[in-house]
Design a protein around this ligand. Structure first.
Ligand SMILES: [Zn+2]
Length: 99
């Protein structure tokens, strides 16, 4: 089976993920053997994929850091509210007893 460059490039993502049927993979391999631009495209595609996989790591650590910060602030706010309520309760009790 002969495929053109457009078909070859459509198949590359599945080729990289090893999801192609054996006949499609054979056709793509044959095309890549004879087509320098598609070999370069595959190389660039793989490089791009690695960069895309590597990029989110930084983003997630930033999100995780913000979540920890947010949780710490929430716990602080809850803690302060509890302290205020407890103090209010104690003061009210003390006032009631002193009357
Ligand atoms: Zn080609």
């Amino acid at each position: 089976m002969n495929i053109n460059c457009e078909m070859a490039r459509d198949l590359l993502p599945m080729y990289k993920d090893k999801c192609l049927s054996s006949s499609s993979e054979k056709a793509l391999r044959e095309h890549l053997l004879t087509c320098q631009p598609c070999r370069r495209y595959l190389r660039e595609y793989r490089t791009r994929q690695k960069e895309e996989v590597a990029a989110p790591a930084g983003d997630f650590s930033e999100i995780a850091r913000r979540l920890r910060q947010h949780r710490a602030l929430t716990e602080l706010a809850v803690g302060l509210s509890m302290a205020v309520l407890i103090t209010y309760g104690i003061l009210k009790t003390v006032k009631k007893e002193s009357v």
